[in-house]
Design a binder for this molecule. Structure first.
Ligand SMILES: Nc1nc2c(ncn2[C@@H]2O[C@H](COP(=O)(O)OP(=O)(O)OP(=O)(O)O)[C@@H](O)[C@H]2O)c(=O)[nH]1
Length: 196
């Protein structure tokens, strides 16, 4: 796989319950393609390796990708921790499976802001976007401590690692449609995305 960042693993989070949607979000069809394939496409473009993290490998066999089960099941923080643990690269780019318009240019930009930081996290109108962010191996131990104590609020991680927040204004030019961080949680969200 040729990519501009061989030292980054794209970690696609495909766990969770999809309770609000009522059907596995990874396989929601948008313009003839399931969401998972959109995430996969940008990961292949930007990252050296791709890893799926979730607990239903039988659903993803067709993609012939490495897939690992959550070490700490039950939270997206557990998914991040699992992806970062298994990655053989020094850092990962985490991406959820429920964003219909993942933006490779934004991924590239966030990766380019790594410098000496352990986490690079975009800020949008909705606050931090911890599931579309860069994490270095230095995040593993603080993540593990949070998981061991039952704290799964990813935003609490950032005070324990060197975090670079990337403000919305920095990203606007890369996101003219303003849809890059849209995520689909409910059937209504899905209907709206189909209209875009
Ligand atoms: N590996 C892993 N991924 C998760 C887990 N929980 C959520 N995710 C992923 O994180 C992203 C955001 O998920 P959410 O919308 O917060 O949760 P969800 O369980 O998918 O949906 P709800 O049941 O409606 O809350 C999606 O890509 C999910 O696949 C988890 O426990 N493990």
């Amino acid at each position: 796989m040729s990519s501009s960042n061989p030292d980054i693993t794209g970690v696609i989070l495909v766990g969770g319950q999809s309770r609000r949607m009522g059907t596995d979000k990874a396989f929601l069809d948008l313009d003839g393609r399931p969401l998972i394939e959109r995430a996969l496409e940008v990961c292949r473009e930007v990252c050296g390796t791709v890893l799926l993290v979730g607990n239903r490998p039988e659903r993803f066999g067709a993609y012939a990708l490495p897939m690992v089960a959550d070490i700490y099941p039950g939270s997206s923080l557990g998914g991040l921790y699992t992806g970062l643990s298994h990655a053989i690269t020094p850092a990962i780019f985490a991406i959820p499976c429920d964003i219909p318009f993942p933006n490779a240019a934004i991924m590239q930009y966030l990766i380019s802001r790594r410098d000496d930081y352990d986490a690079v996290v975009p800020i949008t109108a909705h606050g931090a976007e911890p599931l579309f962010a860069v994490y270095a191996k230095a995040c593993l131990e603080p993540m593990r401590q949070m998981l061991e104590t039952g704290n799964v609020r990813i935003n609490d991680l950032y005070s324990h690692v060197r975090t670079r927040y990337v403000e919305k204004a920095e990203l606007n030019a890369l996101d003219p449609s303003g849809t890059s961080f849209l995520n689909l949680n409910t059937p209504d969200d899905y209907e709206r995305a189909r209209g875009k």
